[in-house]
Design a protein around this ligand. Sequence first.
Ligand code: 48H
Ligand code: FE2
Length: 259
Amino acid sequence: MDRFKKAGEKEITRAISTSFRDTFEEYIESDVIIVGGGPSGLVAGRELAKEDVKVLLLEANNYLGGGFWLGGYLMNKVTFRDPSQKYLDEIGVPYEEKEDGVYVSDGPHACSQLIASACDAGLQVFNMTKFQDVVLREDNRVGGVVINWTPVDSLPKEVACVDPIGIESKLVIDATGHDAEVVSKLEERGFLETSGQGGMWIEESEDQIIEKTGVLHPGLLITGMAVSETYGVPRMGPTFGSMILSGKRVAEVAINELE
Ligand code: 48H
Ligand code: FE2
């Protein structure tokens, strides 16, 4: 068996540090920043990266995927109503039709394949990175985000008072799901008012999510469950078609806005 190449601690640390520094520096300024790496954020990121948009996705957790690993009630099967299963064909995820127009796929397979296809398309990800606040410009236009490391963000102030940093973009997409964290920052300042998610009603919910996906405030777009939280659209429970198609829609709107 061949021996490993001779390289030790300093070479390994230098490789990590220089590569991270170069990537970080490049993404201090992006066309689009997506906050949240669940299904809607990942699809948005994939679609934007495919069109050569410079796009950065921020995720508070170490892992990507949000709620897409599981269907509901800890059952790891995810569902899609026609026509959203077509996106699974695009990213190469197998599924079966269970009821008329209702498709089921394996959560871990669908989720990991979506993550991989977004990264393959050129999406850049900063994980363990928590969105804290918005950067605001003239007329309260959103011009970027304020971030910190997730573990730093959760330390009590007596332990570490570490200021966050700001990074800039032409557009920000709130894909933080039920938390609607970016939208909340604008609401706290009185720029808009949200309704909170509606009760569960699958048949009504999903078309409304797509209709209301898009620009919410200058510089800010919303996708996924953040749309339900913002406009009071009924929730859809454990089915993911509208998360996928909302991610696709928000990417189209973002590309229009950038032009
Ligand atoms: C960085 C953050 C921050 C922050 C949160 O919850 P998600 O899966 O969101 P969606 O909208 O893509 O999908 C929603 C879906 O999973 C779901 O819950 C459905 C369909 N529910 C229906 C119902 O009736 O309940 O992912 C959001 C991601 C997560 O990975 C978070 O960790 C991340 O955003 N996030 N990232 N900074 N401040 N807050
Ligand atoms: Fe949910």
